[in-house]
Design a binder for this molecule. Structure first.
Ligand code: FE2
Ligand code: FE2
Length: 272
């Protein structure tokens, strides 16, 4: 695919901004840019709506890969070999995990930025900031994995929002301003029907007093890469300070119910 370098660099905010980005951030930006261009080109070339795959077509791809789609991003590279990771400090904080294991974390930073701009509560902003970070460890059922990972450290409303945003992504809510995403037609197939446990969870959520918490995560869940968006953890440091109970022993070493999950994210190269 041909890249319009000038448009790409301008879209990111200019040469100086690009120069300040680290390698990972650049690679991430480029990948999203190319995905968008590719989707656009595909739609234009057909002069008709994009043709989404079927569930059967996606299933037929399973044995074409050396990994499963549910594997966490730290454990599998779909573009060449994995890279050596920087060691974590002895008492790692959430910010260390963002910098050393979740980076560049564009998607969650953009979602949290949008939540902040639209005046969401701090619990919801925090949930948006953390909502997909567990995908470094595991993608399948990431709502539940993420809820469990963060539960010991954040307000109950925030972990509720993280746990259940995964379910609500499958169910539009016009009033709240959430449509079923095209991305899901690509990811799951256009004829996909969510499994029974997701449907049952949705039924439970519809009548729950905290329905809007996970719903607002889905409203702020941005899949389109906005090249003009500034991505930084800085605007969220105060919210983290107010709501994230950082253990003094460091994440992974405080014997919480999810400490082993933090250690696994910290040391994904450990063979056992
Ligand atoms: Fe998610
Ligand atoms: Fe997301």
């Amino acid at each position: 695919m041909e890249i319009d370098r000038r448009a790409f660099i301008a879209g990111l905010g200019g040469a100086a901004v690009v120069a300040a980005m680290d390698h990972e951030a650049k690679a991430d930006a480029l990948e999203h840019y190319m995905e968008e261009q590719l989707d656009e080109a595909a739609a234009q070339s057909q002069d008709q709506p994009e043709k989404f795959p079927t569930v059967a077509e996606l299933e037929a791809q399973i044995e074409t890969r050396g990994y499963r789609r549910g594997a966490g991003g730290l454990f599998v590279s779909t573009r060449g070999n994995v890279k050596k990771l920087e060691p974590m400090p002895p008492k790692p904080t959430l910010v260390d995990f963002f910098n050393l294991r979740f980076a560049p974390a564009n998607h969650v930073l953009q979602s949290a930025t949008r939540a902040m701009k639209t005046g969401m509560s701090e619990e919801v902003i925090l949930a948006c900031l953390l909502h997909d970070t567990v995908q470094a460890l595991m993608r399948t059922d990431h709502g539940w994995w993420g809820g469990q990972l963060y539960e010991p450290y954040i307000p109950e409303k925030s972990s509720f929002a993280i746990r259940y945003h995964q379910t609500l992504r499958f169910f539009p809510d016009e009033q709240a301003g959430y449509e079923y995403p095209d991305q899901y037609y690509r990811t799951f197939g256009h004829d996909y029907v969510p499994p029974q446990y997701i449907q049952d969870t949705y039924k439970m959520l519809k009548n729950h007093k905290w329905y809007m918490e996970p719903r607002l995560v889905t409203v702020n869940d941005l899949y389109a890469f906005d090249p003009k968006a500034k991505v930084s953890l800085d605007p969220f440091i105060d919210i983290i300070g107010r709501h994230f109970k950082q253990p003094k022993e460091g994440l992974g070493y405080d014997n919480s119910p999810s400490a082993h999950m933090w250690r696994t994210i910290a040391r994904p190269d450990s063979p056992l």
